[in-house]
Design a binder for this molecule. Structure first.
Ligand SMILES: Nc1nc2c(ncn2[C@@H]2O[C@H](COP(=O)(O)OP(=O)(O)OP(=O)(O)O)[C@@H](O)[C@H]2O)c(=O)[nH]1
Ligand SMILES: [Zn+2]
Length: 210
């Protein structure tokens, strides 16, 4: 796949430098956005809009940079042998994604748990996996399943649980115009099929720290 960003060592570790946009792609996307501005009745040559096509092109590349990153590789880069076999929960992970139907944002929180089976993973890699799949055109259901499948296949734990709660701007700003609705999706494997394990996870993600 053609890359938006040039990869370097830092980026392989999951970081994306926003000054390394693919210049050819920026120019091509920007040219389309200049047309779009004119089609919308704007004057793309007025001062405030002069750099807008380029800004939008860069913003879109940033918002979809997950295509260029390998979530499994990032998990594998920080897997450690460890005998810990209780549930590990990382909750309240911010999610910013774009719905593939309207290319409008949906955003909220992801809660991810796994039960180690010989290996644990560096904690920061869980939000990185969430980001890699979120920074693409998505539907919330597929985002949820992709996070689950990546962790299950790479870490091979005794179980994985993912719950995502998001607000979809395509349902707030346009269309049905419901400002307060929140969509919840979930995906489970292994031990989380058992009612007790699943309940413990749901209790932990709703429990407050204070
Ligand atoms: N299942 C699912 N649907 C989504 C997601 N994001 C947006 N949608 C929905 O995608 C659907 C697309 O339906 P269409 O009828 O083709 O599009 P539309 O005419 O713009 O629909 P309205 O939003 O109802 O005006 C809408 O119902 C959106 O609410 C998502 O993450 N998951
Ligand atoms: Zn939408």
């Amino acid at each position: 796949m053609e890359e938006h960003f040039s990869l370097n060592e830092e980026e392989i570790d999951g970081y994306v430098k926003i000054d390394r946009y693919n210049p050819e792609k920026v120019a091509r996307i920007a040219a389309h956005y200049a047309d779009i501005l004119a089609l919308l009745g704007e004057d793309p040559s007025r001062q405030g809009l002069l750099k807008t096509p380029e800004r939008v092109a860069k913003a879109l590349q940033f918002l979809t940079h997950g295509y260029d990153l390998d979530a499994a590789e990032i998990l594998r880069s920080a897997m450690f042998e460890e005998e810990y076999s209780q549930m590990v929960v990382v909750k309240d992970i911010e999610v910013y994604s774009m719905c593939e139907h309207h290319m409008l944002p949906f955003f909220g929180k992801a809660h991810v748990a796994y039960i180690p089976n010989g290996h644990i993973v560096g904690l920061s890699k869980i939000p990185r996996v969430v980001d890699i799949f979120a920074r693409r055109l998505q539907v919330q259901e597929r985002l949820t399943n992709e996070i689950r499948d990546c962790i299950q296949q790479t870490l091979q734990p005794a179980g994985v649980a993912v719950v995502i709660e998001c607000k979809h701007l395509c349902m707030c700003m346009r269309g049905v115009q419901k400002q307060n609705s929140v969509t919840t999706t979930s995906a489970f494997t292994g031990e989380f099929a058992h009612e007790r394990t699943r309940s413990e996870f749901l209790r932990l993600i709703t429990a407050s720290l204070d």
